[in-house]
Design a binder for this molecule. Structure first.
Ligand SMILES: Nc1ncnc2c1ncn2[C@@H]1O[C@H](COP(=O)(O)OP(=O)(O)OP(=O)(O)O)[C@@H](O)[C@H]1O
Length: 311
């Protein structure tokens, strides 16, 4: 039996792009006489509530949920489906970052992305890993990420970007991509690196003066930065990039290399990989999961392989 198409749309994603992308998609669906239901989100957290409502009123075996929005929308849908891993998720990118789309070769063009969902929905679905994390303060539930974690300096930049009106202002002029580098520059003068210990599949590593740690299931974060170029979304492991022991005067060059994807052989840039990761630090490091702030270190991450079906 064909699954019922359910669209969940964040109209504000990508500074209003969500609304216009949905209008384009809806027109195409109507032209093709597709049967579908749709829900527009009205506030932060609404996406999860919509999914929970759907699960109460529908047989999960009959659902195909399509996110129209940014990485935050995919993140929320996936988390709301924690106990329903068999419900496939499709994605039509409309955010400002759209790393999930990049990481899974989903077209930026909404009609191409829709076409992929409509043609692939009857084919065997493919699965991706997810990173299940626990913070000391939320040990009872097991939230997860689909793209990755940004810990330390980049977590702090994400926090500033999410709090400031600056990102929205730049988005208005289609310069949203500049918000992270500009905020990073501003934060750099006051930021102090941390002493960090990472235990990965039982092996412990300690780094003094750690600027940032990225734990990723896909190569990209921060809207297209190829932080762990060799990451594969369904290999059962997370890829980790640690930037440490680099003097402040030099860190700008390293960040520039990261932006260009040319950081792989720089001294002080370490790559690790594994399925069970425990991170502690001397003082709290801010953590963002799929671009949303979730708390501070310490954090434990476990990979659940082949967890989420993607159309
Ligand atoms: N109507 C709404 N009003 C305010 N916030 C919303 C609304 N709908 C969804 N949100 C919240 O907006 C946050 C960001 O959404 P999303 O990631 O889709 O867009 P984005 O930030 O523009 O894209 P990206 O993450 O790719 O940069 C999510 O955490 C979501 O809960």
């Amino acid at each position: 039996m064909a699954r019922q198409l359910i669209f969940i749309i964040n109209p504000l994603a990508g500074h209003g792009r969500g609304k216009s992308v949905w209008e384009t998609v809806q027109k195409a669906l109507n032209q093709q006489n597709e049967h579908y239901e749709y829900f527009i989100t009205h506030y932060r957290g609404h996406t999860g509530e919509i999914v929970h409502q759907l699960l109460m009123n529908h047989d999960p075996e009959t659902l195909l949920i399509v996110a129209v929005g940014g990485d935050g929308t995919v993140h929320e849908i996936s988390n709301a489906l924690t106990f329903q891993p068999n419900i496939p998720v499709g994605y039509i990118p409309a955010g400002s970052g759209n790393d999930f789309a990049r990481g899974h070769d989903i077209a930026k063009d909404p009609l191409q992305a829709l076409e992929r969902i409509l043609t692939k929905r009857h084919a065997p679905l493919h699965t991706i890993d997810i990173g299940v994390y626990s913070l000391s303060q939320s040990a009872n539930h097991q939230p997860h990420f689909v793209n990755g974690l940004a810990i330390g300096f980049d977590g702090a930049v994400t926090k500033k970007a999410n709090e400031s009106k600056f990102k929205g202002f730049l988005n208005k002029y289609k310069l949203g991509g500049l918000s992270y580098p500009l905020l990073a520059l501003k934060l750099l003068s006051s930021y102090q690196p941390h002493k960090l210990t990472i235990a990965i599949d039982g092996k412990q590593h300690t780094y003094d003066n750690t600027w940032l740690v990225a734990v990723n299931n896909i190569p990209f974060y921060g809207g297209g930065i190829k932080i762990v170029p060799h990451s594969i979304p369904n290999d059962g492991i997370m890829n980790v990039c640690i930037i440490h022991n680099i003097p402040k005067w030099k860190i700008l060059f390293v960040f520039a290399a990261v932006m260009l994807g040319a950081h792989q052989s720089i001294k002080g840039v370490t790559f690790l990989e594994g399925a069970d990761i425990n991170i502690t630090s001397d003082t709290d490091m801010i953590i963002a999961a799929d671009g949303e702030i979730i708390g501070t270190t310490p954090i434990h991450i476990a990979v659940q392989s082949n967890m989420r079906y993607i159309v």
